[in-house]
Design a protein around this ligand. Structure first.
Ligand code: NDP
Ligand code: 2IT
Length: 459
């Protein structure tokens, strides 16, 4: 029988295995190491996980698909992109997770996202496994008909791997309501079925009310729950928000509604600072700019002249956005957007709470600085779980063929975010990690998946 020494070596073995088998996957390594750092006391207490070699099994995707996506631009030139779907873990339900279209997409990024999705989906308490997919296609600067042709070609391969009881994709960076529409249309045409195979659909064709709002609203509910532990609230706080897409927009809306003041936004070109606060009227301008006209955030300053624009930093350099004095921060753009230097600037600027709307937005060094300085840090797999949770509610509505009202969905979302918050806190405390939500999220997410895998036998 394995003893504690064996178990500890099982955890440290993981680093060697990763280096040996996947030397070119730094984002995947980062996501895995964050989780295994939380699991030592779990393996100490649960020898059944050690005996089942659960750590190695949970690190290996059940399936990783890669395929060719050929498409023609408006001039008739032929392009080829890579398509992927990583079906990571189906212990709790059908694979579930978004599709990302961005030039940086590769297997490492999608494996990190799919791996995190497994734990995030477990935390929602809903019956969904974890997956992620996408392409290195860049939708920026493409016409709507080019995007449609790309989506149709992508789905012409993907359709054979997915299904409402098998794998249910949704949106992520570069994939919003428009792309889900084109992908769904092609799936429906090829299979001659109208099912809940994708979430994030339009409310008139099987989508859920509140799905667009869910990730941003959920990240704000999570921040409010963390603050409420010490009797504090978001009201009156200045808040830094990065990104200007789906998650950033609805984070701003909920912050405004709760009496906080979002004062920054960004895109890959740069960031804006509006010291007067981004109001609902200004937010509506941003939504039109980004979702309809598909313009750049720099344009904000042409309309609202109290605001300033600064260019994006060089890759890996500090980002001035995080040095703006504020009390709350909602990173809502992309991975590793807050480095150690940014985190120090945030602490100096008075940040008290960080809720991760984006996936893995803080580097390990940034996390150590923030948590070390007593900042409340809501880790992505908990804080941004509202989006996938409402996706699971969309699946439930699709199965019932009955739509729910926005109020019903929002009531569920609030309750789910509060439950995730409470479960993270109690798991962190139970395993000796105090109030560290990062460890709590990893442990609570892991235990449900691992227990289901034990129940299913060696598959
Ligand atoms: P969108 O495509 O709607 O918006 C992404 C925003 O982030 C854009 O403003 C984009 O700028 C910016 N951005 C993307 N990549 C980079 C980069 N490499 N450097 C700087 N800025 C960048 O995506 P979402 O809002 O849906 O996603 C944002 C984050 O939230 C992602 O990390 C995603 O994984 C995560 N998330 C999303 C969920 C959802 O339901 N949509 C659920 C949970 C997490 P530009 O336009 O210039 O590219
Ligand atoms: O990262 C995420 O959780 C998402 N992009 C949403 C996934 C989903 O299936 O709704």
């Amino acid at each position: 029988m394995a003893d504690v020494a064996t178990e500890h070596s099982a955890v440290s073995d993981v680093r060697d295995t990763l280096e040996r088998r996947d030397p070119d996957q730094p984002e995947f390594h980062q996501a895995v190491i964050e989780v295994i750092d939380s699991l030592t006391p779990v393996f100490d207490r649960h020898q059944e996980y050690v005996r089942a070699n659960m750590i190695k099994r949970i690190l290996e995707p059940e399936r990783a698909l890669q395929f060719r996506v050929p498409w023609q631009d408006d001039e008739g030139a032929v392009h080829v992109n890579r398509g992927f779907r990583v079906e990571f873990n189906s212990a709790l339900g059908p694979y579930k997770g978004g599709l990302r279209f961005h030039p940086s997409v590769n297997l490492s990024i999608l494996k990190f996202l799919a791996f995190e999705q497994v734990f995030k989906n477990s935390l929602t308490g809903l019956p969904i496994g974890g997956g992620k997919g996408g392409s290195d296609f860049d939708p920026r600067g493409k016409s709507a008909s080019e995007v449609m042709r790309f989506c149709q070609s992508f789905m012409t391969e993907l359709y054979r791997h997915i299904g409402p009881d098998t794998d249910v994709p949704a949106g992520d960076i570069g994939v919003g309501g428009r792309e889900i529409g084109y992908l769904f249309g092609q799936y429906k045409r090829i299979t001659n079925t109208f099912t809940g195979v994708l979430t994030g659909r339009g409310p008139d064709w099987g989508g859920s009310e509140m799905r667009p709002e869910a990730t941003g609203y959920g990240a704000v509910y999570f921040a409010a729950a963390m603050l409420a532990e010490s009797g504090a609230s978001l009201e009156g706080m200045d808040c830094l928000v990065s990104g200007s897409g789906n998650v950033a927009q609805f984070t701003c809306r909920k912050l405004i509604e709760l009496g906080a003041r979002p004062i920054t936004l960004s895109d890959s070109g740069g960031w804006i600072h509006d010291p007067e606060g981004i109001t609902e009227e200004k937010l509506r301008f941003v939504m039109d700019l980004k979702n309809v006209r598909r313009g750049r955030i720099a344009e904000y300053c042409e309309h609202f002249t109290d605001a300033t624009w600064s260019p994006a930093p060089e890759a890996g350099a500090a980002n001035g956005l995080w040095a703006v004095p504020a009390q709350g921060a909602f990173p809502s753009a992309t991975q590793n957007e807050i480095n150690g230097e940014d985190a120090s600037a945030m602490v100096a600027g008075g940040i008290r709470v960080v809720s991760e709307g984006a996936n893995m937005p803080t580097t390990p060094q940034a996390q150590e600085t923030l948590v070390g300085e007593g900042v409340l840090l809501g880790p992505a797999k908990a804080a941004n779980a509202g989006g996938v949770a409402v996706s699971a509610l969309e699946m439930a509505q699709a199965s019932q063929r009955v739509p729910w009202s926005a109020e019903q969905v929002d009531t569920h979302l609030k309750a789910i975010m509060k439950r995730i918050h409470d479960n993270c806190l109690s798991a962190a405390r139970e395993y000796g990690f105090g109030n560290d939500y990062r460890h709590g999220a990893n442990i609570a997410g892991f235990r449900k998946v691992a227990d289901a895998m034990l129940d299913h036998g060696l598959v």
